[in-house]
Design a protein around this ligand. Structure first.
Ligand code: C2E
Ligand code: MG
Ligand code: MG
Ligand code: MG
Length: 278
């Protein structure tokens, strides 16, 4: 009896695993098609200066409207793409598209804001991300100064020496660098000191309960102080309420990003938003 049950659960396990593998394979095939068929789009979310309420930049966030399956969030397909070389293809598309949008903004006469893009830890590990950034921005005639690379804290964990070296190359070429989701990874402070970054982004999990949870509030305060002591700009992610914004103003945080002020939006809408606030 027990043996029979064991065998059955093994069989279910194998079936589930096969299904999982099948699903992944299908998504990877769909991503390849999506790249060809232009199904991806970058939404832009404003980054706002808490001192003067002005927009200082925007984060580019990938969106995928699948013709049959509908909207698929980056949280669902990026991790799958990261398990293959597909993430490099998506990454290259993102850089090209960011350049295109910057050129478009300039041609309309918007202020020369910085656009932040997310670089997957896998891109740091596997490809020569510095070379592709240079190649693409040169070809598209976009100054690296207009682009900020967001790197999650976990990226910086493995292979720190190599990561620091790539960071220096990027900074040397003029790109800006931000540590994303700060506080959720385990980067040691001694490394943080060596990173040639200009910004840290406090993870939104701390901002979410900043008024109700003393620990989150203490962590946020410490990150703001730490950042400022290192001459870094500190941004709070995921600000959803006026109370959270006020807390951040009271505690001298520099920048804000969140639904309370603006959601990520398609390019045309973003242009209108910027025109309306400048
Ligand atoms: P992230 O880089 O930390 O991006 C911020 C995420 O927080 C975005 O989710 C954004 O829509 C969301 N967000 C912004 N304000 C608020 C708020 O007030 N409340 C809440 N609840 N959420 C807010 P999104 O667009 O779903 O992206 C999720 C993650 O997927 C990103 O986290 C990033 O790690 C990854 N991602 C997105 N676009 C790209 C991309 O082009 N390339 C790569 N490699 N990763 C990407
Ligand atoms: Mg980000
Ligand atoms: Mg983040
Ligand atoms: Mg995140």
């Amino acid at each position: 009896q027990a043996k029979e049950e064991g065998r059955n659960s093994v069989r279910f396990f194998v079936e589930e695993m096969n299904e999982e593998i099948q699903k992944r394979k299908e998504i990877l095939e769909d991503i390849a098609i999506a790249l060809e068929a232009d199904q991806f789009e970058l939404f832009l979310q404003p980054l706002i200066n808490l001192k003067n309420d002005k927009i200082v930049g925007a984060e580019a966030l990938i969106r995928w409207q699948h013709p049959q399956k509908g909207f698929i969030s980056p949280g669902a397909f990026i991790p799958i793409a990261e398990q293959s070389n597909m993430i490099n293809r998506i990454g290259a598309w993102v850089i090209r598209e960011v350049c295109r949008l910057i050129n478009q903004m300039d041609s309309i006469g918007l202020p020369p804001i910085t656009i932040a893009l997310n670089i997957s830890p896998v891109q740091f590990k596997r490809e020569n991300i510095f070379e592709s950034m240079i190649k693409i921005t040169t070809k598209e005639k976009v100054s690296p100064k207009r682009i900020e690379c967001e790197i999650t804290e976990s990226t910086t964990m493995e292979n720190v020496e190599r990561v620091i070296q790539i960071m220096h190359s990027l900074r040397g070429a003029g790109f800006k660098l931000a540590i994303d989701d700060f506080g959720t990874g385990y980067s040691s402070l001694s490394y943080l000191k060596q990173f040639p970054i200009n910004k840290i982004k406090i993870d939104r999990s701390f901002i979410a309960d900043i008024e109700t949870d003393d620990d989150s509030a203490s962590i946020a305060k410490s990150i703001i102080q730490l950042g400022h002591s290192m001459n870094l700009t500190v941004l709070a992610e995921g600000v959803e309420t006026e109370q959270q914004q006020q807390w951040l103003i009271n505690h001298n945080c520099d920048l804000l990003q969140g639904f309370f002020r603006a959601k990520p939006m398609p390019f045309e809408q973003f242009v209108e938003w910027v025109k309306g606030t400048c």
